[in-house]
Design a binder for this molecule. Structure first.
Ligand code: SAH
Length: 243
């Protein structure tokens, strides 16, 4: 039986992969990956390495998680070094925990290789620090993706504080997110930014207010994240990558 490495690939810039992740990609017998911000990482694999793509190009939907878990498990029965490669960090909305539990229950050894999460690094490339002395002392990373049916899983009432809020997977719900933030009492002119394809040569940041960001940013290409808070204004002096 082999070992599985639940590995973070970083946010996009190839050099933002960890030294450890890069070594494992180079040594892997099989790499199981989905929609990566930078698929060029796969070029680092040794010759003869097998690649398994567990996403569907057209719909951007991945295989059901249960099937992915089984693909990883089966790979570990046949190969010595299995790399399960994920964008950013495997535990930040990456379902790495579910994969680890599945393997644990079947007696497969695994390691977690943390990655640089887009939640922090993409704002950094846009010149937006997630915390800043005198501006905000904390930040939250929240899923923007949820069903319109049933109760919201997002603790909106907690967002009344001046924490920085980073929404991942939320561009398609930008209008709903901004409406909800205004509803809980944030001013209409509260700063917000959308950052598309962060840390890559196509990075584009659009800055606005809760009221006007939807019109300005709704058509940006994915992957994109949303960042809300006074820290967005620091970009005026800290923007370095896009300028
Ligand atoms: N595990 C990943 C996040 C997975 S959820 C991590 O730690 O980064 C996928 C979401 O991450 C996307 O919908 C988008 O909101 C965000 N994202 C990932 N890469 C990004 C990038 N290069 N630029 C902007 N947003 C990105």
């Amino acid at each position: 039986m082999g070992k599985v490495y639940l590995t973070g690939a970083g946010p996009g810039d190839l050099e933002l992969i960890t030294v450890k992740a890069l070594r494992l990609v180079r040594e892997a017998d099989i790499i199981i990956y989905d929609r990566l911000a930078n698929p060029d990482i796969l070029k680092e694999a040794k010759s003869g390495c097998e690649f398994v793509y567990v996403g569907k190009e057209d719909s951007h939907h991945t295989l059901p998680q249960e099937e992915i878990n089984e693909v990883i498990y089966q790979a570990a029965l046949k190969h010595e070094r299995v790399v399960r490669l994920k964008g950013g960090d495997p535990f930040v909305f990456g379902r790495g925990g579910e994969e680890g539990i599945y393997l644990h229950q079947r007696g497969i050894a695994f390691e977690i290789i943390p990655g640089i999460t887009s939640a922090i690094s993409v704002p950094a490339y846009a010149g937006i620090p997630v915390t800043h002395r005198g501006v905000t002392a904390s930040f939250r990373v929240v899923t923007g993706h949820e069903s319109d049916k049933g109760e919201s899983q997002i603790p909106w009432e907690n967002f009344k504080t001046d924490d920085t809020i980073v929404f991942l997977m939320g561009l398609h719900r930008l209008k709903k997110i901004t409406a909800k933030l205004i509803e809980i009492g944030k001013p209409k002119n509260h700063p917000i930014a959308v950052i598309s394809r962060g840390t890559t040569p196509e990075e584009k940041t659009v800055v606005g207010t809760l009221e006007d960001i939807y019109a300005k940013a709704k058509d940006l290409p994915t992957p994109a994240l949303i960042i809300v808070g006074e820290v967005v204004k620091l970009r005026e002096e800290l923007s370095w990558f896009e300028s």
